[in-house]
Design a protein around this ligand. Structure first.
Ligand code: CTP
Length: 438
């Protein structure tokens, strides 16, 4: 059944030695428990596509939770089990996570009073998945390590770049798969196979996506917007009539698509320039989408979608960004410390939005330069130095250090010596008479 090949060599070539070691160990644990374990899903798909993906999903024919517990013990990790779904997550000391699921079980009822007999089935488990390209499994047990199990032609569809469902009512059963199909199609530049596309269009026409909660819609939207370049998927969503289920309150024709298309470009530049300034990519797109809404409308969106606190704050703050951008562009000069007073508390996502709003090249450069300095420059003196200089502690300390920081940000002073000299000068000038200790 299915086609067979061994991919131990491919694994060896493509995966870090650490990952191989974890997989081999999982196979050994399974063998000891007289079970069979496979790695499955996106991990196997991306192995064949040569896309780095080290999120291991294991399926066990047997007791997945037992295997996970034993595996965690052998690798010195921790295990968390979810009884409701018979799954478990193993977290290893290096932070690697391994998801472990138990293969769905078929019950065979024998006649008379004999007990039910369980037969776990990998095939059954694979059949319930979304697309054939996600149904590949690789056996990890010793003696069979690397054996590929391909029940539904997933290997061929991977080679042909085809997204194909496994059964006709797949999209009706789980409408999020419509969005997943579009996401995979655009990510890998695949094609949704003709019959699958027909079933998807049919499900869209029958308003299946309308049944999803805002919570599930948001989860899928975030996955789409976090793709390296979500623009093609967004265009496909627009073209297939799916938009009105994703962000019904946003008028798709009113979105600044020019700005949206610049997001991945500016984000790429940002990640290179400001490596330590982490961002949530999806949030930037949301902020740009919401730009067409009024304050009240944005507040209403906050009620519908379960954004977390950070995202909510960010979205609300974004309403003030266009005005801020205009203000910054209008000024003929703003020093880094002037900018610090204006935008020090703006989130990284909104800073990118700010940059997207600034059309004036000089203003853009000023903001970029400010961020650069802000990441580089730190005061070397602290409260102890102020005490040493005879100042009495109090709220004035923060004021003094802030002012000193602004000087350094504006590159008027450069090192510890400059800082101390400036302080001495300020004291001499009698600037802090009320703060000087006697
Ligand atoms: N799956 C499914 N239907 C869904 C979501 C997931 O059948 N609505 C299955 C898919 O077969 C998938 C597996 O569950 O391979 C794991 O899901 P997930 O981790 O979301 O997908 P990946 O394939 O790993 O995709 P990604 O690369 O985006 O993480």
């Amino acid at each position: 059944e299915g086609s067979w090949e061994n991919c131990a060599e491919l694994m060896d070539k493509s995966l870090p030695a650490q990952i191989i070691y974890y997989l081999i160990t999982a196979g050994e644990v399974a063998q000891d428990l007289k079970e069979v374990v496979y790695c499955v899903g996106g991990f196997v798909r991306d192995l064949f596509l040569k896309v780095p993906n080290f999120d291991m999903d294991l399926v066990v024919e047997g007791d997945g939770q037992k295997l996970a517990t034993e595996l965690a013990e052998r690798l010195g990790g921790k295990v968390r089990v979810h009884d409701r779904f018979r799954t478990a997550v193993v977290t290893l000391p290096d932070g690697t996570k391994i998801d472990v699921a138990t293969a769905r079980t078929e019950y065979y009822e024998y006649p008379a009073a004999l007990p039910k007999v369980e037969k776990s089935s990998l095939k059954e488990d694979m059949y319930r998945r979304d697309f054939t390209i996600n149904t590949l499994a690789i056996c990890l047990n010793p003696g069979h390590f690397g054996d590929l199990i391909d029940y539904f032609g997933g290997r061929k569809d991977l080679m042909n770049g085809s997204i194909r469902i496994l059964y006709n009512f797949s999209f009706v059963e789980d409408p999020t798969r419509i969005l997943r199909a579009i996401r995979f199609e655009q990510r890998y530049r695949f094609t949704i196979e003709a019959d699958t596309l027909r079933f998807a269009r049919d499900a869209i026409e029958r308003r299946m996506l309308g049944r999803l909660s805002y919570k599930r819609i948001l989860a899928e939207l975030i996955l789409i917007l976090n793709e390296k370049d979500p623009v093609p998927a967004l265009e496909r969503i627009r073209g297939t009539g799916v938009w009105k289920y994703l962000l019904p309150e946003i008028d798709v024709d009113d979105v600044s698509w020019k700005t949206i298309k610049r997001v991945p470009v500016v984000m790429g530049w940002w990640e290179e320039q400001y490596y330590s300034r982490k961002i949530k990519p999806w949030l930037i797109y949301i902020v740009v989408f919401f730009a067409q809404l009024s304050f009240e409308q944005v507040e209403a969106e906050m009620q519908r979608y379960p954004f977390d606190r950070y995202a909510k704050g960010c979205i609300m703050d974004s309403l003030g960004i266009p005005a801020l951008a205009e203000d910054i562009s209008r000024r003929s000069y703003l020093s880094p410390s002037d900018l610090d007073k204006m935008i020090a508390s703006v989130t990284n996502e909104n800073l990118i939005y700010l940059l997207l709003c600034i059309k004036d090249e000089e203003a853009w450069d000023r903001v970029a330069r400010y961020l650069d300095l802000k990441d580089k420059i730190e005061l070397e003196v602290n409260g102890y130095d102020l005490l040493e200089l005879g100042l009495k502690p109090g709220p004035i300390f923060k004021e003094i250090l802030d002012e000193l920081y602004y000087l350094k940000l504006d590159e008027k002073i450069h090192n510890y010596e400059d800082e101390v000299n400036t302080l001495k000068q300020w004291i001499e000038e009698g600037r802090f008479t009320h703060a000087v200790r006697i």
